[in-house]
Write a protein that binds this ligand. Sequence first.
Ligand SMILES: [Zn+2]
Length: 263
Amino acid sequence: MDEKSARREIVQIGNLMYERSYVVSSDGNISVRLDDGRIVATPTMTCKGRMTEDCLALTDAEGKPLAMHLLIYQERRDIKAVCHAHPPHGTAFAVAGLAIDQPILSEVILTLGCVPLASYGTPSTDELTEAMRPLVKHHNALLMANHGAVAYGANLWQAFDRLETLEHTARIAILSRILGGSKNLPTDAVEKLINVREAAGYLGEGARCQACGYLHETRLACPTGDRPEIANYAKSSTNGESRISLTREELVELLSQAVTLKN
Ligand SMILES: [Zn+2]
């Protein structure tokens, strides 16, 4: 993409992120990698809903200000745009120490895959980028513990769409818990969706190597053999404890079984 189009799209996406409350005040940042390798990025301390095309900064690929963005561009040659924000429902998962990794929505499995949680690191430091590094290769969106979300894509609209899907999924997951809990798709349905997304070219075989829970339950092999059992991910998603969640019916069933056994 050329610089002029990148500046125009960044302002447009900044407005959308602000209107949708994915960012408030001067939160978040957006960048685009140009055809010549330079990066156009949003300035710090500026509201993303009130930017102008000439307030955006141009850096080279070694530039310092956006360590998180540079990490993603370094790890993924296919990525040309990054959106970082604090969308409330996605960020609630990040604050609760949870990944968005349950197979509850067919479209999300098809288009985004699961969203892991990188352990906490101080923003703008190596702590944060090192926590993210092992997750960037096989995922297109990440949560950062006690901070927010980042999504990236082959162009800025794809990066924004992925951020929006992340937030929408988190919102539905939270609402379904209020209604008594979500029901996961069965493993064979997940396998079929993964086959469909690969045949359609939505996500490649590399996405089988995602760190999230539900892909581990499928029989589909990870082509690189490095399906990550990532310490950061496992530790921060469960806080070192194994959690079990039951629906009300399952709990009643379990208790009545216990009572029957006692008698
Ligand atoms: Zn942030």
